[in-house]
Ligand binder design. Structure first.
Ligand SMILES: Nc1ncnc2c1ncn2[C@@H]1O[C@H](COP(=O)(O)OP(=O)(O)O)[C@@H](O)[C@H]1O
Ligand SMILES: [Mg+2]
Length: 283
């Protein structure tokens, strides 16, 4: 049994890729088998895993591993990056395929997971999606058991969340499915700012109403509080990337005063686990 999860939002720059990488690494570090699929043509996940994105492109030595190959009826093999942590990298051709007129484009990702027996081989499968509501995002919604929404808490930053929830509703209605959102992760959070807490309680109320009046029965938000453990705005996230290190290793080797960030990640994992175990229905 495995969980297929995506940190998604129709806004870019909210920390989807960074958080996917850090949470996937935490699970791998606990001994769970983890697969991360970079499903964004911008290939940021591929880059932060230190895979040379130039080599993943057409003509490059790693091109056979690119997730874009699934549209050519190939079965790209994951690359091992860290112990228990495999990656299927992305390349820019993914965009071309997403915009092409191949029939059934939105089913290729789910079919690929079956082709590689991903649910048997891995405990956790993360799909790192792009920040728009095109084919790649829809495929992600269809392939996942759970969506988690990282979102900034400042004013107007909820638009990407609402647009994503609505895209999920439309797909659910079309496909007669109900999609599960675990909750929203407040990103770039500042614990000293009272406004962040006020905004969260306003949003909680608004989103529950939206769920009840609009999303039901096609989208369900599982967490009772909607908002999961917040992730603080800290420069170590950027520094870890600059050093080419997973956040955990960067903290343990170079920034030990920030060890509480790992506690933050563990608390978020506890939130995810609680909701996933209570609501699991395998696809
Ligand atoms: N908690 C955080 N604190 C500070 N900066 C962060 C944090 N999380 C991510 N970042 C930075 O924000 C930028 C965007 O993050 P990224 O994960 O690429 O977002 P997305 O995938 O949503 O586009 C990156 O430069 C990343 O290093
Ligand atoms: Mg990203």
């Amino acid at each position: 049994m495995a969980y297929v999860i995506s940190f998604a939002n129709l806004k870019g720059g909210v920390g989807k890729t960074s958080l996917t990488n850090a949470i996937a690494y935490e699970y791998a570090n606990e001994g769970k088998k983890v697969l991360v699929i970079d499903y964004d043509p911008q290939a940021s996940q591929t880059a932060i895993c230190n895979v040379d994105t130039m080599e993943v492109k057409e003509g490059g030595s790693l091109n056979e591993h690119s997730i874009a190959q699934i549209f050519r009826e190939k079965t790209p093999q994951p690359i091992n990056i860290y112990p228990n942590f495999d990656l299927v990298p992305a390349s820019i051709e993914l965009q071309t395929y997403a915009e092409s007129s191949i029939a059934g484009k939105e089913l290729f990702l789910s079919a690929y997971l079956e082709d590689i027996n991903a649910r048997e081989k891995y405990d956790y499968i993360f799909i790192d999606p792009p920040s728009n509501a095109g084919t790649l995002m829809i495929s992600t919604i269809v392939a996942c058991d759970y969506i988690v929404i990282p979102q900034k808490i400042t004013l107007l930053d909820e638009t990407g969340t609402i647009e994503l929830l609505d895209a999920m509703r439309k797909q659910g209605k079309l496909r007669r499915e109900s999609y599960k959102v675990i909750g929203i992760v407040p990103m770039f959070f500042d614990k000293r700012r009272k406004s962040h807490y006020e905004r969260m309680s306003e949003l909680k109320e608004a989103i529950r109403n939206y769920e009840r009046n609009v999303l039901k029965p096609y989208v369900e938000i599982l967490d009772e509080d909607i908002f999961l453990t917040p992730i603080r705005d800290l420069n170590i996230w950027n520094r870890a990337i600059e050093e080419g290190m997973p956040l955990r290793e960067f903290i343990l080797q170079k920034a030990r005063t920030y060890k509480d960030v790992l506690v933050e990640l563990k608390a978020l994992i506890t939130d995810l686990e609680k909701n996933m175990q209570q609501n699991f229905v395998a696809k």
